[in-house]
Design a protein around this ligand. Structure first.
Ligand SMILES: Nc1ncnc2c1ncn2[C@@H]1O[C@H](COP(=O)(O)OP(=O)(O)OP(=O)(O)O)[C@@H](O)[C@H]1O
Ligand code: SF4
Ligand SMILES: [Mg+2]
Length: 336
């Protein structure tokens, strides 16, 4: 588990997971989409975080809060509206030519739906070797075949699987194929965008275990996106909670679950069922009133105030700062 520290930057303080120094620094990143009528949708709004080498940072929040957009902008699949992402100290949005090509090999993504993300007309060899082909590093056809077989083995599949097609595999196996493809270019950093959400509960733990083993053996760093706090608990060193494009809380995993400071995190945690029926029956469940506001017209002041059980006039007038409320524990609430 990484130890959180704080770094001072030009833009103020930023939360850092410091075990191996930051691999990735996201600095006041925003991604807005024009949606017609002169309006903009603020999918990601002034997001700052760091991910240390070898760390897993979990990112959670309701559907539409901007998790995938953040992941894609951090990988430069989208150009940002504002802000920077530094990977090993370099602002990735400034990279061009050979440097950008190198970055494309250092970052990879694993997607939620392993079926939709695998081309049904390609066999497994062609799917896994596609990134190698794109980067021109597949080598001779013999080498290409050997690399694919190695990758299959790495994710717990058999070399004989290489000539089959996606529909011949179960959901869990398809996600293993997606992981093998992501690993093909030997990335350092992987955005895992809800990689287990579409899988049966019985299979989820297997895929999480595989990701953890790969992290150890290959020294990978993960941004692990999920909509549910229970899914990121075991894999994350630290967890970030997003609401309406903004970060509302960030802390070490055990600290966040034991001691949530933001009313939104408290509500999310209270919704997770506890296996012990007696404790479950006595537990107070915080039910959020109202719907998620539109990111086109977010509420004034604190974006959570329209659903917050503790909202006051100050919350409507003033946006709370994202501040360190306790060592390594950050929250955006006037009263945290
Ligand atoms: N290309 C786009 N153009 C316009 N709006 C977009 C685009 N991509 C995402 N959005 C909007 O941005 C907001 C954030 O979407 P995003 O997909 O990042 O959320 P998410 O947290 O990943 O949700 P989910 O849990 O459903 O995957 C949503 O309101 C979405 O409709
Ligand atoms: S700032 Fe106010 S509205 Fe926002 S989370 Fe805190 S108490 Fe709730
Ligand atoms: Mg998403």
């Amino acid at each position: 588990m990484s130890v959180s520290t704080v770094t001072k930057t030009e833009n103020g303080f930023r939360p850092t997971g410091a075990s191996g120094g930051p691999l990735l620094e996201v600095d006041r990143l925003s991604k807005f989409f024009p949606v017609g009528g002169g309006q903009t949708l603020k999918a990601v709004n002034d997001l700052s975080l760091t991910v240390a080498k070898g760390e897993t940072l979990g990112v959670v929040g309701e559907s539409g809060c901007g998790k995938s957009t953040a992941g894609r902008t951090i990988m430069r699949l989208y150009e940002p509206t504002a802000g920077e992402t530094r990977f090993e100290g370099r602002n990735i949005y400034k990279l061009k030519g050979a440097e950008l090509k190198k970055l494309r090999r250092e970052m990879a993504m694993i997607f939620q739906d392993p079926y939709a993300s695998l081309n049904p007309r390609f066999n497994i060899t062609d799917i896994i070797a596609e990134p190698l082909d794109i980067h021109g590093i597949a080598g001779s056809s013999k080498e290409r075949k050997r690399k694919v077989e190695e990758l299959l083995e790495l994710v717990g599949l058999r070399p004989e699987h290489a000539n089959r097609y996606p529909h011949e595999f179960s959901g869990g196996q398809r996600q293993r194929i997606g992981i093998a493809r992501a690993l093909a270019v030997r990335p350092k950093f992987i955005v895992c965008d809800e990689p287990i959400s579409a899988l049966d509960v019985s299979i989820q733990a297997q895929v999480v275990n595989l990701l953890q083993e790969l992290q150890k053996s290959l020294g990978l760093t993960y941004l692990f996106i999920a909509h549910d706090l229970s899914m990121v608990k075991h894999i994350s060193d630290r967890v970030a909670v997003m609401y309406l494009g903004k970060m509302v809380e960030l802390a070490e995993s055990s600290e966040l679950y034991a001691n949530p400071k933001h009313p939104y995190t408290q509500a999310l945690l209270s919704a997770i069922p506890i296996p012990d029926p007696q404790i479950e029956a006595q537990k107070e469940r915080i039910v959020l009133s109202g719907d998620l506001p539109s990111p086109i017209n977010p509420p004034s002041g604190c974006p959570f105030r329209t659903r917050c059980p503790h909202a006051t006039e100050k919350c409507a007038a003033e946006a709370p700062e994202f501040r360190e409320v306790k060592d390594g524990h950050w929250a955006a609430c006037h009263y945290a």
